[in-house]
Ligand binder design. Structure first.
Ligand SMILES: NC(=O)C1=CN([C@@H]2O[C@H](COP(=O)(O)OP(=O)(O)OC[C@H]3O[C@@H](n4cnc5c(N)ncnc54)[C@H](O)[C@@H]3O)[C@@H](O)[C@H]2O)C=CC1
Ligand SMILES: O=C(O)C(=O)COP(=O)(O)O
Length: 527
């Protein structure tokens, strides 16, 4: 039974869902904050469910020897080292929609709180000061709201702001003009947004491009008296520059749910009266926490129990309907890759994968990942479908994928070609009705062979007596033949024998076969 650790404060709904799906679960919501303890125990788990408090660093991933999936009950995954997880073959998934309404509502709440100085007015009233004249606010109706990042949350904010009769403009290089039209917002450049917005709200992930998007220079360009809301990620604003702009009155107020350092303690911004702070509460409503906990537990369970992949950030999705249809082709692709990989001794210069017939109409990305896994496994034991495409990329191996939906002699087939300095070696296969992969061609030579756990691959010249000699020699070596498959280019030309044998061939047996008259090459293959 797979075992999952919940190391952050997720709704307990998640625990029940794991149990209902036959997954063992340890619910230790404070463990994520203790990185030494996490390091100690992570090796026991197949799955890890987190929010933002657990930092899944390269060190944690290195120790996570059984981990197959990390599920983020929420959106931002900047607390997970995704490249390290990918290299170790661990799927990283999130729940991209479960808390977006809640977070958008938090942004709107903060905007209105800023406009009317509600936290300060509340504190003053409780202190029995009744400072009616001190708290003069601003209306939001007809004001310009500048949204940086009009994705899931940004577009909900736009919708709610339009309900408040605001004019919404947005800077987002990936926002299409059609989508902007749909949302009823004006797509603008960043400088334009800075110059025009009365309120600016940030809704991008933290990336190399968005880090300090509100830099000192950007803050110098804002409209005097702008109010800024950040419910996305701390590093989007240069906090020191914001401090100066608030002090100087250039920025009239800022409402921050997220900070460069979290938990935020003794942050200089706390000293300023025109700043409202919340402790990363954007996603904290009962509804959102139920949504994300339920969703992440379902997603993690589905992956561990059936191979279904949803909302993975480092692997293409595989739906519940697709998973069973893809399974035999995943096996075929990996087998073809393994066949070619075991025969490849020199540096790989390129890999070509052709899908023809029905298979070409399926989701071929997981199949390509499986083929690459097969090719690399003989050299890298730990490679899997998640890590293989990244490893190929890191090694500069170009991977070409060709799909042709029209059917040929077979309803579906896959051909994989590995290109090295010395040669191009192609191997093709199909899946028969029993779901088992079959080899149908090796190096352009047609044959039909089922792949069994232990096989002998022999290339030779097509000469009379060869089969007899090979069979006799195998008998003398005490090797039992389970199946014998043959193919040749033409009479007297290059030929191949693919022999299923019982047990494993020893090195000296293989060397003896290699010396047999007419044999060009003899290799032992394992599947
Ligand atoms: N405070 C909290 O508790 C929560 C914070 N968040 C954070 O909110 C942020 C937004 O989340 P979603 O809307 O779900 O993400 P999303 O991926 O749907 O939208 C992000 C948008 O940012 C845009 N973008 C990317 N690079 C950009 C750039 N250089 N300049 C301008 N726009 C850029 C993208 O095109 C996309 O439209 C994330 O950082 C997420 O972690 C999400 C939930 C809760
Ligand atoms: O979903 C996100 O990106 C969030 O920032 C929410 O964080 P949390 O789960 O509340 O720690």
């Amino acid at each position: 039974m797979p075992k999952v650790l919940v190391s952050d404060k997720l709704s307990k709904t998640a625990v029940q869902i794991f149990k209902d799906n036959g997954v063992e679960v340890d619910y230790l919501p404070d463990l994520g904050k203790d990185k030494d303890k996490l390091l100690e125990v992570i090796g026991q788990y197949d799955g890890l469910a987190i929010r933002s408090a657990t930092k899944v660093t390269e060190k944690i991933i290195a120790a996570a020897n059984n981990l197959k999936v990390i599920g983020r009950a929420g959106i931002g995954v900047d607390n997970v080292d995704i490249p390290a997880a990918t290299k170790k073959g661990i799927i990283v998934m999130n729940t991209p929609f479960g808390n977006s309404i809640t977070t958008a509502e938090h942004a709107i709440s903060l905007m209105l709180s800023l406009a009317r100085q509600i936290p300060e007015a509340d504190a003053s009233t409780r202190a029995s000061k009744w400072e009616k004249n001190r708290f003069m606010g601003v209306e939001v109706t007809s004001k310009v709201l500048g949204i940086i990042g009009a994705g899931n949350i940004g577009s909900i904010v736009a919708d709610r702001a339009q309900g408040l009769r605001m004019k919404v403009i947005a800077f987002d290089p990936f926002l299409s003009p059609e989508r902007a039209l749909d949302l009823g917002i004006e797509k603008v450049e960043l400088d334009d947004l800075l110059a025009r917005a009365d309120f600016i709200t940030l809704h991008t992930p933290l990336t190399e491009q968005t880090k300090n998007i509100l830099s000192r220079e950007a803050l110098a360009k804002v409209k005097d008296g702008v109010r800024i809301i950040n419910c996305a990620r701390g590093g989007l604003i240069d906090e020191a520059a914001l401090y100066d702009a608030l002090k100087a009155g250039k920025v009239a107020g800022a409402a921050l749910d997220v900070f460069v350092e979290e938990p935020a303690v003794n942050n200089p911004l706390f000293e300023l009266p025109n700043v409202i702070c919340t402790p990363h509460l954007g996603a904290s409503t009962t509804e959102a926490q139920e949504n994300v906990a339920l969703q992440v537990a379902e997603q993690i369970s589905a992956y561990l129990m059936t191979g279904e992949i949803t909302n993975a950030l480092n692997f293409p999705s595989i739906s519940a309907e697709e998973a069973p249809r893809l399974t035999p082709y995943v096996k075929l692709a990996e087998t073809l890759g393994s066949f070619a990989g075991q025969l490849t001794d020199s540096d790989i210069k390129g890999i070509r994968i052709e899908y023809e017939g029905t298979v070409a109409g399926l989701n071929v990305r997981p199949l390509t990942a499986a083929a690459l896994t097969g090719v690399m496994k003989p050299q890298l034991q730990d490679v899997n479908m998640v890590s293989a495409p990244q490893i190929a990329k890191d090694r500069g191996i170009p991977v070409e994928v060709i799909t042709r939906e029209q059917q040929g002699a077979y309803e579906s087939y896959i051909r994989l070609t590995v290109v090295t300095d010395k040669q191009e070696r192609g191997v093709a296969g199909t899946v028969f009705a029993n779901g088992k992969p079959r080899i149908i061609q090796v190096k352009g030579i047609n044959m039909e062979a089922e792949l069994t756990p232990s096989m002998l691959y022999v290339t030779n010249e097509d000469r009379p007596g060869h089969i007899g000699r090979l069979g006799t020699l195998l008998g003398q070596l005490g090797v039992n033949i389970a199946n014998f498959n043959l193919g040749r280019v033409e009479e007297g030309g290059d030929a191949i024998a693919l022999v299923s044998i019982d047990g494993k061939l020893a090195d000296d047996q293989l060397a003896t076969i290699g010396k047999l008259e007419g044999v060009k090459q003899a290799r032992a293959l394992r599947f």
